[in-house]
Write a protein that binds this ligand. Structure first.
Ligand code: SAH
Length: 398
């Protein structure tokens, strides 16, 4: 029998709306203390059954819900079913799978605290909460059963685990260790993935559709790709016929990998450059030099770590967007992004609009962008929506 927790009066509302989190403050009593990650039955104050979830004794998110169906038991088969369902949603129309994709997007795929990304013959997992941690061997087994992998690697070396009372962890979980540089195909280019040290699980899969869109608009243009990391947007631009791309990043390591990615794709070396610099300083310098580009990508790291940083982050976004507008030729395009979940799409658009005004540019928004379809957002879990982007076009001369 699973242990039972009771909520405070009126605290069942979000669960009735199938939101997957129960905060510590909503809990009235716990009959018998569960182990970290153990499955608990969640009941309303009046004793009505609401759902079943994973107990997390330290986190403010005290329970993450696995199911709202009384007949659904949380066991090995449950994980196999959820993984199978998530996988089927990533299948191409012809039954094949993309070379690299997010297989499991945590809460939005009904598996809170679990990320699974496929890169070629390998799958990379992140166990981000006590619940997914508790069921790790069933999850690893399920992945291995459902997909012909050569290996499964763990990249749970992330800070959020601390909030769950879990230590960072990484290493091989199953099969063969991945190569230091794992080549995957995306659209018209190849990218080398560093599963061991790369950001996230190795690559920004969430930007794949936006890279493709940029590829379609790239022909003949001179691009400035800021916060370029391993060059994703640049590879898409060059594969799409861009004239030239200047990649700017502060990490020498990321730039070295980007160079390698460009070489492997066989692009003529006259078509791209790499610059190790701080983007803020670099944009200012280019503005002073009156340099102009036909297209600019602004894909900064998360500026908002908590709601207390929102104002400061808003200023940073405004700063780089204003500078970018200064550097655009008339008719030029800006791909601008924010991956901060705490900054909503409306506020981001307003910041970009204000930046255009400050730069005295007449700007049109021509597309709204988000995270790729393999990073879905459950309608009951709006927190899952984090990546937003705008394609802006400048109209005037000055
Ligand atoms: N656009 C990339 C992902 C960007 S990740 C892609 O599609 O793959 C953010 C990058 O910004 C990292 O590579 C990091 O090294 C870089 N970065 C962070 N702060 C920076 C700064 N102030 N100046 C330059 N680069 C910065």
């Amino acid at each position: 029998m699973n242990k039972v927790i009771y909520l405070k009066p009126e605290k069942e509302k979000s669960l009735l709306r199938k939101h997957p989190w129960v905060f510590a403050g909503a809990i009235a009593r716990v009959r018998e203390t569960p182990l970290p990650g153990e499955t608990v039955e969640v009941l309303s104050h009046k004793g009505n059954w609401l759902g079943r979830g994973a107990w997390s004794p330290i986190s403010q998110i005290r329970v993450r819900m696995w199911t709202f169906s009384p007949e659904e038991v949380v066991d090995t088969r449950f994980f196999l079913n959820r993984l199978k369902q998530a996988l089927s949603l990533r299948q191409n129309a012809d039954g094949s799978f993309p070379d690299a994709f997010r297989w499991v997007a945590a809460e939005s795929d009904g598996l809170p605290g679990l990320i699974a990304d496929r890169y070629g013959d390998w799958v990379v997992l992140q166990f981000l909460a006590t619940g997914s941690e508790f069921w790790r061997s069933e999850i690893v087994q399920g992945i291995g059963t459902l997909f012909p992998v050569r290996g499964i690697y763990e990249r749970s070396d992330v800070d959020v685990r601390k909030k769950e009372g879990l230590a960072p962890q990484s290493g091989l979980l199953y099969g063969e260790a991945p190569p230091m540089n794992l080549w995957i195909r995306e659209g018209g280019f190849r990218a080398g993935i560093d599963i061991y040290q790369g950001h996230k699980t190795g690559y920004y899969l969430d930007q794949s559709e936006n890279r493709a869109r940029l590829g379609h608009m790239a022909t003949g243009k001179n691009w400035l790709n800021t916060f370029s990391y391993t060059g994703g947007f640049s590879l898409a631009a060059l594969a799409g016929g861009a004239k030239h791309v200047l990649n700017v990043d502060s990490s020498a390591h990321a730039l070295a990998r980007s160079e390698e990615n460009h070489r492997q794709n066989g692009f003529d070396t006259s078509r791209y450059d790499h610059l190790e610099a701080d983007v803020f300083k670099c944009l200012r310098g280019f503005h002073t030099e009156e340099r102009l580009f036909d297209g600019i990508v602004l894909d900064p790291p998360k500026f908002v770590e908590s709601k207390f940083h929102l104002e400061k982050a808003a200023r940073a976004y405004k700063d780089i967007n204003r500078l970018a507008f200064h550097l655009l030729r008339p008719g030029g395009v800006l791909f601008t992004f924010s991956c901060s979940g705490l900054m909503d799409a409306g506020l981001f658009q307003k910041i970009v609009a204000d930046s255009a005004l400050d730069a005295q540019r007449d700007v049109q928004f021509i597309h709204r962008m988000g995270q790729a379809a393999d990073h879905p957002v459950r309608s009951t879990f709006p927190e899952g929506f984090y990546l937003k982007g705008l394609i802006c076009r400048t109209c005037n001369e000055n």
